[in-house]
Each structure stands twice: as C-alpha cells, then as structure tokens.
Design a protein around this ligand. Structure first.
Ligand code: NAD
Ligand code: 022
Ligand code: ZN
Ligand code: ZN
Length: 370
C-alpha cells in the first residue's frame, strides 16, 4: 500500500514528507495505523548525525500510538481494531533475557532492529521508485502506517486518547519506570533529579507516586522550574547560581546526600555529580541520559567503596507488553498526569517544526497528530 511518511534521507537535513510504499505484514508481524507520535530526543540525535550507528534513509520516530489494521500469519495476541503502543524495547517472553527477573532488555530481535530491518532481515518500506527505506528502533512512528513485530506492540484500552498516551511509548515510561522498576524508591526517600526535560519531569512524578519526601530538581534553565513544581519538585537548584561546588551544596540540602539521584541530561559531568551527591553508605544513582558515542564516565573508586551505587536504565526497566498497558490505566485513573507536558501539537506536515522547538528548549513534548 501507499502511506505518508516523514523520511530522513541524510544526517543534518530536514525530514521530507512524502508518499512511500509499505508492504503488508509477514509472519509474526502487524501493520499499525499510527494516530499520534511524540518527537523524542533520540530521533533528533540520529537525524543530526551525532549517532554513529544512524542509518539512512530511514523513517524515524519511536514514541507513538495507533490501531492495528492487519495481522500477519501466526499472530495470536492482536487483531484488527486493537489499540496499541509500539515498543522500541520488545518483550518476547521467551528469550534468556525475558526469562531473567532482573532485566527488561529482550534480545530476541536486537540485531535486526539495530540494522533497521524486520526480524527476517528485510524492510517493509520503500520509495515510490522502489529504493528501500529502513525502519528505526523497530518502530518508525513518523509514518502514518508502519509494520512491527507482534512482540513489539503493547495492547492498550480503547478509551485512551492517542495524542496523550503516545508519550507513554518512551518518555513517561522511562521516567516513572526508572523510579519504580530500577531504583525501587521507598516512601519517605530524598531524591535529586538532574535535568527537568521530558524525562526528568516524569522521574519527578514517579517520585511523588512512590511517596518521596524531598524531590530536588537541578537544571541550568530556570524556565523549567514552574512545570517541575507542578509535578512534585520540592526544591529547585540552578547550578549557575550556586556559589562554590554543586555537590557539597546538594549534600547539605539533602542532609547528607540523597537516597536516590537520577541523571536525565546525558551529560557525563552531570552523571558524576549525580553519583557523588548520593548518600554515603546507601545512596544509589541511576543513569537515564544517553551520552554521546564514545563518552566515558569517571569518579574516584572510593565513592563506590563507601557504599554508593551506580546503575543505569533503558526504557525505565519496563517490560513493555506487561507494563505499558498498566501505565495507560494509571493515566486514565488520574494517578499520573501527561497533558501539561504536551506543550505543542503539530500536523504531520509540520514535523520539522517539532525538531526546531526541541533545539530551542521551548518544548517539553511536541506531538504530531495524523
Ligand atoms: P530534554 O532536552 O528535554 O531535557 C534535558 C534537560 O537537561 C533540559 O531541561 C536541560 O536544560 C537540562 N540540562 C542540560 N545540561 C544540564 C546541566 N549541565 N545541568 C543540569 N541540567 C542540564 O531531554 P529529555 O527528553 O528529558 O531526555 C534526557 C536524556 O534522557 C537524553 O539524554 C535522552 O537521550 C535520554 N533518554 C534515555 C532513555 C533511556 O531509556 N535510558 C529514554 C529516553 C530518553
Ligand atoms: C529513547 N532513548 C533515548 C531517547 N529516547 C533511548 C536510546 C537508547 C536506549 C534506550 C532509550 C538504549 C539503552 C540500551 C540500549 N538502547 C541497548 C539495548 C540492547 O542492547 O539490548 C537501545 C535500544 C534500541 C536501539 C538502540 C539502543 C535501537 O533500536 N537502535 C533500546
Ligand atoms: Zn525516546
Ligand atoms: Zn525476549
């Protein structure tokens, strides 16, 4: 069939909105009509050329929601009409990783997903001239229709609004999941969140949900304060306004260091400050931010010898098919908020504007509605 997509042809160039060919789903695959997609950081990372593994031409987008239109042979868990959220971290429920209780990193389709193709090694997308176009993070939600493996789709309730719950496909689940699944924050904890963007705000609402007593937010952009307070931040720190070193200031503010700290910036200096502002003896620091390729983190080993823990998380430690429908329920029940973080709604044709807004630091989340 023909569908309309925003295609990334080359690093550093705007996306081109055009008609493309999409083949129907093969065995174990599902065709989805995407109804809404969020524009997230890593789409821009790839488009800018900063990602050394960035593949072109490709249809980007990994945060979306839509409706099943056709299922391939052998698909049993989904049928046409089902509402779904695509998963860039799939959940096959049978690989060694899925069967291990301490990870969510399903490896069953990892290699082909990384190469921008379906599990059988081929792409479903091509230009009208017949040149192949690659998939992206197994999702390609910047296309009005896309094909995904069955194990990369979470079935969600039908009354959930696509233009809000698409954000659960990455930002919401990553931030809240880092608190609940990775850190396992207890009631009464003190926490510090570095970076109050689309991920950090969701860490903050996760901390409020977990019953944290003190939630310190750190950001160099003072405009981020208001929204963070609305989501539960108790103290705001702008590193540029602290006299002297940031770490001792934060240790003092949290009466000896935080029980949990989170990096939601992707900056390796910030990651070090996050580790070192965790409490001696028991403080844990969770890295969420994805650093530039080849970047390294450092600290003195004494920081770990004296009981601090350094940890990382992908997709908030969530097992997508199991956890994403629950997070959609939390939203529908009013346990978590999404609407205020969606600062811009765009049409498919305006998608490049979403990248400009992200660059300028003016948006938390832009959502494209098809
Ligand atoms: P964002 O740009 O919306 O937010 C980043 C925030 O950090 C901004 O508010 C910025 O002002 C602030 N910041 C920048 N430098 C800072 C510094 N030195 N000190 C304090 N604050 C600083 O980005 P986002 O969408 O929230 O994503 C944050 C990071 O999380 C990115 O690196 C992204 O790639 C990563 N991410 C990781 C996962 C995962 O599964 N691990 C999932 C999604 C996103
Ligand atoms: C999402 N991310 C950043 C902004 N929005 C993001 C980027 C990378 C990862 C997670 C979230 C990530 C962490 C660890 C891995 N990835 C590797 C997982 C593994 O090896 O099993 C990651 C993922 C997908 C892809 C690349 C890296 C991909 O499909 N190309 C989950
Ligand atoms: Zn994302
Ligand atoms: Zn698996």
């Amino acid at each position: 069939m023909r569908t309309r997509a925003a295609v990334a042809f080359e690093a550093g160039k705007p996306l081109e909105i055009m008609d493309v060919n999409l083949e129907g789903p093969r065995a174990g695959e599902v065709m989805v009509e995407i109804k809404a997609t969020g524009i997230c950081h890593t789409d821009e990372f790839t488009l800018s050329g900063a990602d050394p593994e960035g593949l072109f031409p490709a249809i980007l987008g990994h945060e979306g929601a839509g409706v099943v239109v056709e299922v391939g042979e052998g698909v049993t868990s989904l049928k046409p009409g089902d509402h779904v959220i695509p998963l860039y971290t799939p959940e096959c429920r049978e690989c060694e990783y899925c069967l291990h209780p301490r990870t969510n990193l399903c490896q069953s389709i990892r290699e082909t997903q990384g190469r921008g193709v379906m599990p059988d090694g081929t792409s479903r997308f091509s230009t009208l001239d017949g040149d192949p176009i690659l998939h992206y993070m197994g999702c390609s939600t910047f296309s009005n229709h896309t094909v995904l493996p069955e194990i990369a789709l979470a079935k969600i309730r039908e009354d959930a609004p696509f233009d809000k719950v698409c954000y659960i496909g990455c930002g919401v689940t990553t931030g809240i999941g880092a608190v609940i699944n990775t850190a396992k924050v207890e009631i009464g904890s003190r926490a510090i969140v570095f970076g109050l963007g689309g991920i950090g705000l969701n860490v903050i609402q996760g901390l409020r949900l977990a019953g944290a007593d003190q939630i310190v937010g750190v950001d160099v952009n003072p405009d981020k304060r208001e929204m963070a307070e609305r989501f539960g931040m108790t103290d705001f720190v702008n590193p540029d306004e602290v006299e002297g070193d940031l770490v001792p200031y934060l240790i003092d503010l949290t009466k000896g260091g935080a029980d949990y700290t989170f990096d939601a910036t992707g900056n390796v200096q910030v990651m070090r400050a996050a580790l070192e502002s965790a409490h001696k003896g028991w403080g844990e620091s969770i890295i969420i931010g994805v650093a530039p390729a080849g970047a390294e983190i450092s600290t003195r080993p004494f920081q770990l010898v004296t009981g601090r823990v350094w940890r990382g998380t992908a997709f908030g430690g969530a097992r997508g098919r199991t956890d994403v429908p629950k997070i959609v329920d939390w939203y529908m029940e009013g346990k978590i908020e999404i609407d205020p973080m969606i600062t811009h709604i765009l049409s498919h044709d305006e998608i490049n504007k979403g990248f400009d807004l992200m660059h300028a630091g003016e948006s938390i989340r832009s959502v494209v509605v098809y």
